[in-house]
Design a protein. Structure first.
Length: 104
């Protein structure tokens, strides 16, 4: 059950990592014309790390999609096996939200 609660955090992590990769690629593009041995070495090192990060990011995103899909299937199976219980839960949540919203 703890895996389900990690979905928002994992999604945010993937989003943040994509932003970091994008920023790093932009830095590499901006330094394309800069000459020097040290800059060349740094660019190659950053490019290599970016390739690794992209691969790990793709794996993390695939895992997140797989977990999300599994949770959706489990929820669907539960609702199909226990339709009245699912309706009761939905009514309870709706009632609770109504009370909370009504107090404002």
């Amino acid at each position: 059950m703890s895996e389900v609660t990690d979905f928002p955090n994992n999604s945010k992590l993937v989003s943040d990592m994509k932003a970091v990769v994008s920023d790093a690629e932009e830095i590499l593009r901006a330094t394309t014309g800069v000459a020097g041995d040290r800059i060349g070495e740094l660019r190659e090192s950053i490019a290599e790390r970016l390739r690794d990060a992209k691969a790990r990011l793709a794996d993390a995103e695939e895992t997140l999609v797989d977990r999300t899909r599994a949770a959706a299937h489990a929820t669907n199976d539960y609702v199909n096996e226990n339709p009245w219980r699912a309706v009761g839960i939905a009514v309870g949540i709706g009632l609770l939200l109504g009370v909370v919203i009504g107090r404002r």
